[in-house]
Design a protein around this ligand. Structure first.
Ligand code: NDP
Ligand code: 2IT
Length: 448
């Protein structure tokens, strides 16, 4: 069997084994199609069944999360932790609380996380978890009781040398604080390294809050630099208005770019004078409100219902930072038509496979999520290092390490793409560079 037949036959098996898991299948498809030339050069990887092994999670944990709401009513949610691949280190990856969460979504995120974490150069394996709990409209007390109920079960499976969760959609500092407090109480420990994204007074790292957004912009800066360009005076559209979007906007503004739009799951705002980020932070982070409230404070700005229309705004640089599948082929064609010069993903898999093809066919420099948004998890690994040392680096120290890591990811992705005959293709390059470290390690460990 040649490498092409091998990749196709394994993908068919994965399809058969995971029916109805479209997000997971898309994530696998994107990676495996990049790997054909790798298997051609390394037939020993085929003989060792590497592709069959990496497409099957080491462990999928699903559990009941019962809790009591403010009306005294019993609520039951479903919790997940997918421990995907621990070849290069303990499982590492965020927790997502959103009503859409299901096994397919957590598996796709855990699969992606494995190669993203490998790309950081730090010793972390891949995992992801979460729940279909919807934090929207819940009181602080309800969120706390849910986090405690969730952790009551999750604690059986995690640990600072085993599996280290962090935040993702719907899980930020507040939720990590509640989960961390409860973990320590019921385990009778003060194990700082068990979660990342912690508050600064109990083992959190400076820059972790900003890291994904900042890292995304550092990565995009490398893409622009290679084309002899920069963020200066560029029109930038950033979707979402959560953790990743907000700190991406902050860094773009620092670098002289003009961010004209951001969104939430209901709609998007356009402010041709440049987004007032303090106002967005007040609305989304402090009040936990809706982005449309922005126009109540800035009458010259406009609000549009629906979140996909954001890609029709003419811009130079597009940074999707909301959620999977938010940018489809039609949106990609519109961006290309409007002359976009770079697209980089702050979210995980925001562009559909067809949208990615549109960017690649039109030679638009495209930074895939597993490379471009790796700054968050990289900083989480730096938080773990500081916890182990019982020491904290300064903001400048962590920020410099983050920037270096993002530059290294860019270079290794670009070089792997060229080495394996893809030209300038950061999708293929990041898949290959991420895979090589995992593959080499799995070969060293034997069949385990
Ligand atoms: P947050 O919960 O802080 O913010 C999510 C944002 O996306 C909100 O503005 C939310 O709007 C919006 N959103 C959610 N669903 C949709 C939708 N269907 N359409 C449009 N907007 C939507 O999450 P993060 O910022 O942490 O995560 C955003 C993305 O970045 C996710 O894909 C996540 O996996 C990825 N990521 C996060 C990292 C991190 O460190 N946090 C690291 C790497 C990647 P609303 O307020 O209406 O819910
Ligand atoms: O998707 C991601 O990389 C994250 N949500 C961050 C994970 C982490 O462990 O910091």
């Amino acid at each position: 069997m040649n490498s092409k037949e091998y990749v196709q036959s394994v993908y068919k098996m994965v399809e058969k084994r995971n029916p109805n898991e479209s997000e997971f299948l898309d994530a696998v498809k994107e990676v495996v199609t990049s790997l054909e030339p790798v298997f051609e050069r390394h037939p020993e990887f085929m003989e060792a069944g590497l592709l069959e092994r990496i497409t099957e999670p080491e462990r999928v944990i699903s559990f009941r999360v019962p809790w009591v709401d403010d009306q005294g009513k019993v609520q039951v949610n479903r919790g997940f932790r997918v421990q995907f691949n621990s070849a290069i280190g303990p499982y590492k990856g965020g927790l997502r609380f959103h009503p859409s969460v299901n096994q397919s979504i957590i598996k796709f995120l855990g699969f992606e996380q494995t190669y993203k974490n490998s790309l950081t150069g730090l010793p972390i394996g891949g995992g992801k978890g979460g729940s279909d709990f919807d934090p929207k409209g819940k009181s602080d007390n309800e969120v706390m009781r849910f986090c405690q109920a969730f952790m009551a079960e999750l604690q059986k499976y995690i640990g600072s040398d085993l599996d280290i969760p962090a935040g993702d959609i719907g899980v930020g500092g507040r939720e990590i604080g509640y989960m961390y407090g409860y973990y320590n109480k019921i385990r009778n420990t003060r194990a700082q390294g068990v979660l990342t994204g912690k508050g600064l007074t109990y083992g959190g790292s400076l820059v972790r809050t900003e890291a994904t957004g900042y890292g995304l912009v550092y990565f995009t800066e490398e893409m622009l630099k290679d084309a002899g360009r920069s963020f200066k005076n560029r029109r930038v559209v950033v979707s979402g208005s959560g953790n990743v979007a907000i700190f991406a906007i902050q860094k773009v503004q620092e670098l002289g770019g003009l961010v004209i739009s951001c969104s939430d799951s209901n709609g998007y705002i356009v402010d041709e004078n440049g987004i007032n980020l303090d106002l967005v932070k007040e609305i989304k982070l402090v009040k936990r409100g809706r982005i449309k409230e922005y126009v109540d404070h800035v009458p010259t700005a406009q609000y549009f219902e629906g979140y996909t229309g954001i890609w029709t705004i003419p811009c130079d640089i597009a940074l999707p930072c909301a959620t999977q599948g938010e940018l489809d082929a039609e949106a990609a064609r519109t961006l290309v038509k409007n002359g976009v010069i770079a697209v980089a993903e702050g979210a995980n898999m925001p562009s559909t496979l067809e949208a990615i093809d549109v960017f690649l066919e039109n030679k638009v420099p495209f930074g895939p999520g597993k490379a471009a948004n790796a700054g968050g998890v990289a900083c989480s690994a730096l938080e773990m290092s500081q916890n182990s040392m019982r020491y904290s680096w300064t903001f400048e120290e962590v920020d410099a390490k983050l920037k270096q890591i993002m530059q290294d990811i860019y270079t290794s992705s670009k070089e792997a793409s060229e080495e394996f005959g893809f030209g300038y293709n950061l999708v293929a390059g990041s898949n290959i560079a991420g895979f090589m470290k995992v593959a080499t390690t799995m070969m060293a460990h034997g069949i385990v």
